[in-house]
Design a protein around this ligand. Structure first.
Ligand SMILES: O=C(O)CCC(=O)C(=O)O
Length: 319
């Protein structure tokens, strides 16, 4: 049985004080579990119609690979179709990012200087391969970091997940700088220590990304999930993420930005240029297949143009 809690944005906007008072025991319980285990399941964050709308919008991006003026997914590996910048897609994606319950837990776990620094999702394709194995998420400059800066991800499934669920080793957070972890290193971990987050569409959880986690294997059916990343934008980033411009300021849709509090705006990074890289251009080059597609497409446009001109000349001659 899933727990539900009435903490909609309307409730927050019109009745913020009583909302926090009523839910204090829930917030305290979620925080205690997050502190102890590094991961905590959340009550329902969205109603079923909002979830359906989010899923519809997400799936429009999954229809094809992004190309020219066609929106779509990005693909840089075999078993995942990546949907970047999901806050553009539907109101629900913004609402959960700044959901009052999420904010209250994060305020206490991360302090009140954090921002949402990435909001993306992906469809994982069925496979028996362990292609996304155990790891902690490396994101900050480990040479200069005085300690392990805190980072939390909010995850939510858009499809029912009974295989290939997110796995997390409870209590493994804040022990070491995040890095890839070999299967051998975790072979003695008791299964009771592994949180396997199976659940219906809408299942949401928070986890400390320094803890050891992975996408479960095998993945027997396609899985759609979103992962939001919250940390303090003041923390210097690792070089790899600067080169890729991973934590670019959020791309937002003005239609979804009504009725925001100062905290909501801070979390969404309004006016925050700290991690903006002017005139950024990725240094890597597109693959050779890109040049081939481009040439074929240019030829198609050229032929379309020639045929159009011949047709209008013929019309002029015969009319
Ligand atoms: O897709 C998954 O279940 C794993 C996600 C993950 O490892 C991550 O977000 O760092």
């Amino acid at each position: 049985m899933r727990r539900t809690v009435d903490l909609s944005r309307e409730t927050k906007t019109h009745n913020a004080g009583s909302c926090s008072a009523q839910n204090e025991p829930l917030i305290a319980r979620l925080l205690a579990e997050l502190e102890a285990n590094g991961i905590v399941a959340l009550p329902n964050l969205v109603k079923s119609e909002e979830l359906a709308s989010m899923r519809r919008a997400f799936e429009t991006r999954l229809r094809r690979l992004r190309w020219n003026n066609f929106e779509g997914y990005q693909k840089t590996e075999r078993y995942r179709h990546m949907v970047e910048d999901v806050l553009l897609l539907d109101q629900g994606f913004v609402d959960i990012a700044i959901h009052p319950l999420v904010q209250k837990v994060l305020d206490r776990y991360l302090g009140n200087q954090y921002a949402l620094t990435e909001a993306k999702g992906w469809k994982s394709l069925p496979t028996k391969r362990d292609f996304h194995g155990w790891h902690g998420d490396a994101w900050y400059d480990q040479q200069t970091a005085p300690d392990i800066p805190r980072e939390i991800k909010l995850a939510m499934y858009l499809t029912d997940v009974s295989s290939g669920a997110f796995n997390y080793i409870k209590g493994s957070h804040r022990k070491q700088h995040p890095r890839p972890v070999q299967n051998d290193e975790v072979k003695d971990v008791d299964t009771s220590q592994i949180a396997e987050m199976r659940g219906p569409a809408g299942t949401a959880f928070l986890f400390d990304t320094s803890g050891v986690h992975r996408q479960g294997v095998p993945m027997l059916e396609p899985r759609e999930a979103i992962f939001y990343n919250y940390h303090d934008p003041n923390v210097p980033l690792q070089q790899e993420d600067l080169v890729y411009y991973r934590y670019h300021p959020l791309l937002l849709n003005s239609a979804f930005l009504g009725n925001l509090s100062d905290d909501d705006q801070r979390i969404l990074g309004f006016g925050d240029k700290r991690n903006f890289l002017p005139a950024f251009e990725r240094s890597s080059k597109p693959p050779t297949s890109y040049a081939a597609y481009h040439a074929v497409f240019d030829t198609q446009l050229f032929l379309k143009d020639v045929v159009g001109r011949i047709n209008s000349r013929l019309k002029r001659i015969f009319n």
